[in-house]
Design a protein around this ligand. Sequence first.
Ligand code: M6R
Length: 366
Amino acid sequence: DKGDFEHFMLKEIYEQPKTIEETFRGRLKPEYSEIVLGGLLNVFPRIMEAERIVIVGCGTSWHAALIGEYMLEEYARVPVEVEYASEFRYRKPVLTEKDAVIFISQSGETADTMAALHLAKEKGALVLGICNVVGSSLSRETDAGVYTHAGVEIGVASTKAFTAQVTVLTMFALKLAKAKGNIGEEEYQELVKELSQIPEKGKQVLENNEAIKQVAEKYKDAVNALYLGRGYLFPVALEGALKLKEISYIHAEGYAAGEMKHGPIALVDDNLPVVVVAPHDAYYEKIVSNIQEVKARKGNVIAIVTEGDKGLKEMANDVIEIPKSHPALAPLLAVLPLQLLAYHIALLRGCNVDQPRNLAKSVTVE
Ligand code: M6R
């Protein structure tokens, strides 16, 4: 049931403050300074001993995995590798019992992800799942796991499942970081508190819907689009580009902003919209100079900025604000305007946003 919404995708975008909260409810306990992931209890000692964590997924789930990699390496200080399931399953990866492999899948039925799971199991690795569909193949065949509590996702373009996956990965990274003694108590507390505030801040982002719609009007006829971000926001750039291409059929590419000079800058001209995820964080100065480079070549910059940012308001063609947050949690806020932008552009182009051509919600054949 779409309720008051015109499409499932829009409904699911708007559900995110609630679904993020559902995903951490009962697990995130700021007052006890503890994160409870019941599904991992029995295997936690093995996770602690793992020499490496590998995270495997496809599409949007793979983007969530990249954010998980950054968090796990920064805070838990465990080496992490992220793999496309379709590559992993065929490329003879080195795997041992000392590896913990996390499989991320909304549906829990993706053929490549399941095949990768079977391979990892065969090699004796600890296999864990982050999955949305209760009782799915993935949830049955992993050694242990954590459910995302996003609720049923109907739109083919994944939205609320993504933010729920990132929420689980955040809790997992913080729990492991604390257990390993690799994060200071103060920073841990701050992150736990900030995560608990994300739903409120997410609501504020969604209030910009009208402004985002106006930006969509301006760029709806674009043929190509570029999305840039750094650090935790590089995977968000990839995700923003995927959302746009899959539902509006505009060719879009996501790039780590620092890679611009190594190729994509050649694309920039006065027809190219460049979406830059540029909140106030340690990379701010760097990303501002990337924006200047795009502007110098007459590209149109749509910047996602931290509330109150004045500099970029003058520099960029369009600005969409998100509330201030901890840099590691910014993906949960920054992805929302990108989902809405893709939605409105697709709608203005007359596309079927819930059921884009050539795509299936669950890719059960390779
Ligand atoms: O169900 P899964 O999370 O395993 O699905 C993975 C991808 O097929 C999925 O994320 C796909 O890329 C979405 N259409 C993205 O919006």
